[in-house]
Write a protein that binds this ligand. Sequence first.
Ligand SMILES: CC(C)(COP(=O)(O)OP(=O)(O)OC[C@H]1O[C@@H](n2cnc3c(N)ncnc32)[C@H](O)[C@@H]1OP(=O)(O)O)[C@@H](O)C(=O)NCCC(=O)NCCS
Length: 242
Amino acid sequence: MAEARRQIVLMGTGGHAKVIIELLQADAANELVGCVAPESAGSPRIAGLPWLGDDAYLAALKLRGIQHAFVAVGDNRLRRKLCEYARAQGMQLVNAISPQANVSPTARLGGNIAIMHGANIGPDTVVEDGVVINSNASVDHDGHLSPYCHIGPGATLAGCVHVGEESFVATGSSVIPGQRIGDRALVGAGSVVIRSIPANSIAYGVPARIRTRANNALVVGWTPVTSLRDVKTNVPPQRKAG
Ligand SMILES: CC(C)(COP(=O)(O)OP(=O)(O)OC[C@H]1O[C@@H](n2cnc3c(N)ncnc32)[C@H](O)[C@@H]1OP(=O)(O)O)[C@@H](O)C(=O)NCCC(=O)NCCS
């Protein structure tokens, strides 16, 4: 008898969600039941998925027997809050891993991880909850990707690199072996990191230099960490559509 498919609700309707839908649908064991997103998004039907309601609708879905969710939101801080919210509703967070990615059998993976096409995860690398490893990014052996960080498309992390919580290593950057990227740091596109980057910093260039240290830098692809109010686990985080 064929096994029942795993029913999954998607949180998010933006560009990142489109990629995640394709990854999840590539696995025949998954059945995407629809997406939840703020009502302000209007009727955010994406990739043929129905819009089921706003984030608070997750509780009703759980009562209807939907047990799995994936938070498909690109913003690191918001992804963390929505994952915490989904877990508090009793949802199990699944992973979305491209069949065209190479993941070492000795890598250790958390939940709600996205590993996109062409990505490489080396031996003994730890990938914690909510991490995004974008298309063609490479994380070599003994790396440590802390919760809710994002390794951008084509970024290359040599061996033993540590990336802090909610940090973003942008498109096409490189990091030499053994360096540490602090929590909530941003490494700009095309940078070469040859020295560790402190927490809450923005660094870019070749070699990467620290341009500012900020908790509230308004820059492309980066949401100020102070902009989102803390949420109780039974109240859905406030967020814009997408
Ligand atoms: C680092 C970054 C966040 C800075 O954005 P910003 O604050 O808007 O910076 P600006 O565009 O105002 O540029 C400020 C200066 O820094 C320079 N600069 C910006 N980003 C740079 C980079 N990655 N490398 C080298 N120089 C850079 C600009 O040329 C400009 O120099 P100038 O003052 O001499 O003209 C942005 O350039 C970046 O790299 N974003 C990554 C986006 C990305 O990869 N997203 C992937 C989504 S999946």
